[in-house]
Design a protein around this ligand. Structure first.
Ligand SMILES: *[C@@H]1O[C@H](CO)[C@@H](O)[C@H](O)[C@H]1NC(C)=O
Ligand SMILES: *[C@@H]1O[C@H](CO)[C@@H](O)[C@H](O)[C@H]1NC(C)=O
Length: 379
C-alpha cells in the first residue's frame, strides 16, 4: 500500500527538522511549500531551469539570455543558402542547443503577419503563426524552460493582429505579464505559474486585451545593431533614444540587450550578415578585439550589470553560448542541451559558407533585385 500524503509530508518535515539534506527531487515551491514528485520520472532536466539547477532561484533579469538574431532567417538548403540568412540552424535547434531568446522581423503580406527579412521578396520564412506553433510545441515538451521572443514589427501592424496570431498558435497561454513594481520573478516562479514566455515587440502599443505582448522599448534598451567591423562594437545605448544613456536606462529599470553581430557592407546601404569573421565575432575570448566575450565583459564593467539579452548571428559558432554560461556562472555545468550535427562550421556547413560567399552561396536573382531596390539595412 502507498503511504498517505499526510504521512509522506510528515516524514519529510521530520527529515528537515532533523537536518537531513533533501534529495534533489524534492523541490521547494515558490510559495515555500514542499512539492513532491515521483523520483522514478525525474531526470536531471526536471530540477534544472534553463539548463542549470543554479538558475532556478535567479531572477529573470539577473541572468544572460543568449539569443539568435533573425532566428527565422536561415542560410541553409531551405533558402538555397541565401546570403541574407543569419543562422545555419532553425529556432527549434537553437532552443534544443540552449538558446533562450529568439529574435525575428515580421511584415504584412496580404494581411498575414509573415516572417520576412527586410522584404518578403528577399527572404520569406512563412507565416509567424506557423513558426510560433513550433515554439509552442517545444515549450510544451520542455516545461522548465523560460523563452523570450523579440519581434520587430516591420510594417507597424496592430497589437490585436499579433494577439490573434499568438492565440492561433496557442502560445498566449504561456505569456508572462509583468506585475509592475515588484520586478522580474525568478525562473522557478515562472515555471510554477507556467507563464514562461516573455514577448517583446518593437513597436506596438500596450493593450489590456493582450497584456503579455510587451512594447519592447518600455522594458528593454539596446546597443547599436548596424556594426560593420570588429572594432565597431560598444556598449552605448542606441535605442530607445528617449532613455538617454545606458546608465539612465538601467536606473529606469530597462533591461540591457547587447547586439553582437556584424554586417559586411557592399555599399553604404547594402549589407549582408558577415560570416567571414564569425569565429572571431562569436568567440568567448575576453582579449580579442570584436569577440563576444570581450564585448560582454566591457558592457558588464561599464554598466555595472551584465547584458540580460545578447543577440548573435550563426549562434553555433563560437560557440556563442559559452559566453552566456560564463556570465551566468554555469560554464561546464549545464544539462539537457543537444547541439545539431554540423554545428560550428565543421563538415557539412563549411564547404558552403566558410570562404567568400558570392560564388558559393546563392540568392535568387529576383530576390537580389528586390534587395537592391529596398536598399535598407537588414535587421
Ligand atoms: C527545425 O527543423 C526541424 C528538423 O527539420 C523541424 O522538425 C522543426 O520543426 C524546425 N523548426 C522550425 C522552427 O522551423
Ligand atoms: C557605438 O557603435 C556604433 C556602431 O558601430 C557607432 O555608430 C556609435 O558611434 C558608437 N558610439 C560610440 C560612443 O562610440
Amino acid at each position: 500500500m502507498l503511504p498517505s500524503l499526510p504521512s509522506v509530508v510528515a516524514s519529510i518535515a521530520l527529515l528537515i527538522s532533523t537536518g537531513y539534506s533533501l534529495p534533489r527531487n524534492v523541490l521547494s515551491g515558490s510559495d515555500g511549500r514542499i512539492k513532491l514528485s515521483a523520483p522514478s520520472i525525474l531526470s536531471a532536466r526536471d530540477t534544472a531551469c534553463n539548463n542549470s539547477p543554479d538558475l532556478c532561484s535567479k531572477s529573470y533579469s539577473q541572468i544572460t539570455h543568449m539569443g539568435a538574431h533573425d532566428a527565422a532567417f536561415l542560410r541553409d538548403d531551405s533558402t538555397d543558402n541565401s546570403i541574407a540568412g543569419n543562422q545555419y540552424f532553425n529556432a527549434t535547434q537553437a532552443l534544443d542547443a540552449g538558446l533562450r531568446l529568439l529574435q525575428a522581423q515580421v511584415h504584412n503580406k496580404n494581411g498575414v503577419i509573415e516572417l520576412c527579412h527586410t522584404t518578403c521578396d528577399l527572404l520569406d520564412a512563412g507565416p509567424l503563426e506557423d513558426w510560433l506553433a513550433k515554439i509552442k510545441a517545444w515549450m510544451d515538451a520542455n516545461p522548465n524552460e523560460v523563452v523570450t521572443l523579440v519581434l520587430v514589427n516591420g510594417d507597424n501592424q496592430d497589437v490585436a493582429a499579433f494577439g490573434s496570431v499568438f492565440a492561433g498558435a496557442g502560445l498566449d497561454k504561456y505569456g508572462y505579464v509583468p506585475t509592475g513594481s515588484s520586478g522580474w520573478p525568478t525562473l522557478q516562479s515562472m515555471m510554477s505559474s507556467n507563464k514562461r514566455l516573455v514577448t517583446f515587440v518593437a513597436s506596438i502599443e500596450a493593450s489590456a486585451a493582450h497584456p503579455y505582448l510587451l512594447p519592447e522599448f518600455a522594458h528593454v534598451f539596446e546597443t547599436a545593431y548596424e556594426v560593420t567591423s570588429l572594432a565597431g562594437f560598444n556598449c552605448t545605448l542606441d535605442r530607445p533614444q528617449t532613455a538617454g544613456t545606458a546608465s539612465a536606462a538601467l536606473q529606469a529599470g530597462l533591461l540591457p540587450l547587447m547586439n553582437h553581430f556584424s554586417y559586411q557592407a557592399l555599399s553604404s546601404t547594402i549589407m549582408f550578415p558577415n560570416v567571414g569573421d564569425i569565429d572571431t565575432t562569436n568567440a568567448p575570448s575576453t582579449s580579442t578585439a570584436g569577440a563576444l566575450g570581450l564585448h560582454a565583459q566591457t558592457c558588464q564593467s561599464q554598466w555595472g550589470a551584465k547584458p540580460v539579452f545578447v543577440l548573435v548571428d550563426f549562434w553555433d559558432h563560437g560557440p556563442a553560448l559559452e559566453t552566456a554560461d560564463k556570465l551566468n556562472g554555469v560554464e561546464g555545468k549545464t544539462v539537457g542541451r543537444s547541439t545539431p550535427a554540423g554545428a560550428g562550421g565543421s563538415n557539412k556547413k563549411s564547404g558552403a559558407t566558410s570562404t567568400t560567399h558570392a560564388g558559393t552561396v546563392g540568392v535568387g536573382k529576383a530576390a537580389l533585385v528586390a534587395f537592391f531596390m529596398a536598399a535598407v539595412m537588414l535587421f
